[in-house]
Design a binder for this molecule. Structure first.
Ligand code: NAD
Length: 295
């Protein structure tokens, strides 16, 4: 099958690679030329715009930063809808505001283009090994039609409900991850300041109730002071902003997410927006005046 793919960043590149490895032909586009070159070297074919890409395929996948980027890529000048045909399918795997998914879905429907929202969790390592968790909103028939393609990039794809439900699920995911990273930072700093080696604390607790995928993935980064992304602070701020906006819309208070976004915005002001979200540890290092890993 020939698949179009737009958005070749940290996540998009390995996802394209997995589609190629499964024997599909992939036509790609990104606004950064260098990113296109990298996936062309893997075997993809470059298109000059979203419009030109959409003309050549019946299925387009997008993996873009946020709502405005998806709007631009789908509805903008030389965008996907200018080249798409009735009956084509758009799978938006970006994490965006659920309300925006619904609006873009309506515009697609006017042209007879089917759209689902299918954001992911798992980060770059799981994008590389094709084991992302995929959460999907939209028409169940469309989900069933694209399930096999999704499973080339993920180890699970769960149908969550109508269009936007995938992104609502992703917001729930991002609240749990963000608050969990803040809790790990806070706990390791307490141990460190109390004179207990945080590495030993990590080893001691990871098999117990406090153990989590977040603890296993992020504590080692904090212990090494390695904040190479991964998932950037700025992207997590975007997700929590979308969560707060959605929470206001449905009258669901988010006191913990509000607290974590304050911490992340402080890091952003300190120039750490491109760091991995495990850099929440740096916020604790700043307010406590000491570092977690002392060696
Ligand atoms: P990224 O910033 O590395 O990549 C985004 C890509 O989109 C870039 O190559 C950029 O040039 C391109 N782009 C932006 N606007 C465009 C447009 N109008 N047309 C074409 N290309 C355009 O971001 P990422 O880390 O790959 O994340 C992508 C999405 O996946 C985000 O919504 C993010 O929240 C989500 N996500 C990321 C991770 C992660 O660990 N990085 C994990 C889960 C979900």
């Amino acid at each position: 099958m020939i698949i179009g793919f737009i958005g070749l960043g940290i996540m998009g590149k390995p996802m394209v690679n997995n589609l190629l490895k499964a024997g599909h032909q992939v036509i790609v586009f990104d606004i950064i030329e260098e990113n296109i070159k990298e996936v062309v070297e893997l075997g993809a074919v470059a298109a000059s715009s979203g419009k030109e890409l959409a003309k050549q395929v019946n299925m387009v996948i997008t993996m873009l930063p946020n709502s405005p980027h998806v709007r631009e890529a789908v509805l903008g000048k030389d965008g996907i809808l200018e080249g798409a045909k009735a009956g084509d399918t758009l799978i938006d795997m970006s994490s965006i505001a659920p309300l925006e998914s619904q609006k873009i879905h309506s515009k697609c429907a006017e042209k007879g283009v089917k759209m689902i929202d299918a954001p992911v969790s798992g980060g770059e390592p799981k994008a590389i090994d094709g084991s992302l968790s995929i959460m999907v909103g939209g028409d169940k028939d469309v989900f069933d039609q694209v399930y096999d393609i999704l499973m080339l990039m993920g180890s699970s794809a769960v149908y969550c409900g109508n269009i936007g439900a995938g992104n609502t699920t992703k917001l729930a995911n991002q609240i749990i991850v963000g608050v969990n990273i803040a809790a790990v930072s806070e706990a390791l700093m307490l141990a460190s300041r109390a004179g207990v080696d945080p590495k030993l604390v990590f080893e001691a607790i990871r098999g117990g109730l406090a153990g989590s995928t977040v603890l296993d993935a992020k504590a080692p980064m904090m212990l090494q002071g390695n904040y190479q992304p991964g998932f950037k602070i700025d992207l997590h701020i975007k997700d929590l902003e979308n969560a707060l906006e959605t929470g206001q819309g449905v009258d669901s208070p988010l006191p913990l997410a509000s607290q974590v976004i304050e911490m992340m915005e402080d890091l952003h002001r300190d120039g750490c927006g491109q760091d991995d979200h495990s850099a929440l540890a740096k916020y604790y290092e700043k307010i406590s005046g000491s570092i977690i890993a002392k060696e």
